[in-house]
Design a protein around this ligand. Structure first.
Ligand SMILES: Cc1ncc(COP(=O)(O)O)c(C=O)c1O
Length: 373
């Protein structure tokens, strides 16, 4: 028997009280596939598991607060100094720290919509106001409209490429044009959680922009391509003063020794090629799945992450339920669409069969992959 709860009495900030608490997607049935959280379907590498096991012997100690060794590895890779790298408990915690460092009550944060579900909550928690700019008909960011939405109150702009959940990338030329239009006093965060899965040459790669802008930070993660979602480790690369502000706002000691050990082991010369092969396998599986669904009449936007966007509109809940009945757990966005993670190979024929006859007939989607706009 559980103890009954007393009547609530504590007064919270009204905007926080109005926020829905984070709810994870439904768990997969035992014989089904969880295609709802953009996780990597491959199990951890033995060398990564070994590094975690070795690190566990130090569990009585606090971790290195600045994750210096991991930052040095990443700094070498990005040709920057270790001060220009910040590591956090998932890139979502870095997003939170940067937004809190730059935006507070009365300030605005501009981002595309629909985009990563965490953005609205992070902005609200910081006390700032979200300015959501609708995506273009091809489900990509409308960077021109986003630049136009920047006002004297704007402190941060979030750019997500590939965009979660629609999968569309921002092109390099669009990004350069956008950076020229945004005042250097406004922090621009380029969220590249899925960048390793991108196959389109014209897509922006934040690494090529490093050192060019005093107001740009790129954000990446070990959760997706590197398959370490359960350990929570992400990183930001950008100008030292911006990251120093985020370091001041961040909760200290948030990245565990286990997480940094796993990340360092994942970057090792004997591990990374295999992890990259897995990423290629997922990208190939994604393209095959998209082609198969398009052959069944689905209209699916450019897909450059480890997921597909099905614009199911009003049929969303029904189709998501039909998939659930067949053991396929997806992420529905009511009346908008379904995000389907590219999971285990065995899930591919099941998805294709389950969706063979349910394609709605929306207007055709322009193919953003066909060139720069
Ligand atoms: C666009 C985007 N950014 C950031 C994250 C956060 O990833 P993590 O906190 O696991 O590094 C996610 C996770 O799904 C995401 O989709």
């Amino acid at each position: 028997m559980t103890v009954s709860e007393p009547t609530p009495s504590v007064i919270f900030r009204s905007e926080i009280a109005a926020l829905p608490p984070y709810r994870q997607g439904r768990l997969a049935p035992t014989d089904g596939f969880k295609l709802s959280s953009n996780e990597n379907p491959f199990p951890p590498l033995p060398s990564v598991l070994q590094a975690v096991a070795d690190s566990a012997a130090q569990l009585n100690r606090y971790p290195d607060a600045t994750a210096l060794t991991l930052r040095e590895h990443l700094a070498t890779r990005f040709s920057v100094s270790a001060e220009q790298v910040m590591v956090g408990a998932g890139s979502v915690s870095l997003l939170a720290a940067l937004i809190q460092a730059a935006a507070g009550p009365g300030d605005e944060v501009v981002y595309a919509w629909r985009s990563f579900e965490a953005y609205p909550g992070l902005v609200t928690v910081a006390g700032a106001r979200s300015i959501q700019v609708p995506n273009r008909p091809d489900h990509g960011h409308d960077l021109g409209a986003m630049a136009a939405a920047v006002t004297a109150r704007t402190r941060v702009v979030l750019v997500c490429s590939p965009n979660n959940p629609t999968g569309v990338t921002v092109s390099l030329s669009e990004c350069v044009e956008f950076m020229a239009a945004v005042p250097p006093t406004v922090l621009v965060i380029l969220d590249e959680a899925y960048v390793e899965f991108v196959c389109t040459d014209s897509a922006v790669d934040g690494r090529t922009l490093l050192g060019r802008y005093p107001n740009l930070v790129i954000m990446r993660t070990f959760s997706k391509a590197y398959g370490l979602a359960g350990l929570r480790v992400g990183y930001a690369v950008g100008p030292r003063d911006l990251l120093d502000a985020a370091r001041s706002a961040a909760i200290p000691l948030q990245v565990t020794g286990l997480a940094t050990a796993a990340a360092i082991a994942s970057l090792a010369p004997d591990a990374e090629p295999e992890l990259r092969r897995r990423v290629s396998a997922i990208a190939e599986r994604r393209d095959r799945l998209r082609a198969g669904l398009c052959a069944h009449g689905w209209s699916i936007p450019q897909a450059e992450g480890n997921f597909l966007w099905l614009p199911t509109g009003p049929a969303t809940t029904t189709i998501a339920e039909q998939l659930w009945q067949r053991g396929l757990i997806v992420r529905p966005f009511v009346d908008e669409g379904i995000r389907l993670t590219v999971g285990e190979e065995e899930s591919v024929p099941l998805v294709l069969t389950a969706l063979a006859d349910s394609a709605p007939s929306p207007p055709p989607v322009p193919d953003a992959a066909s060139g720069e706009r």
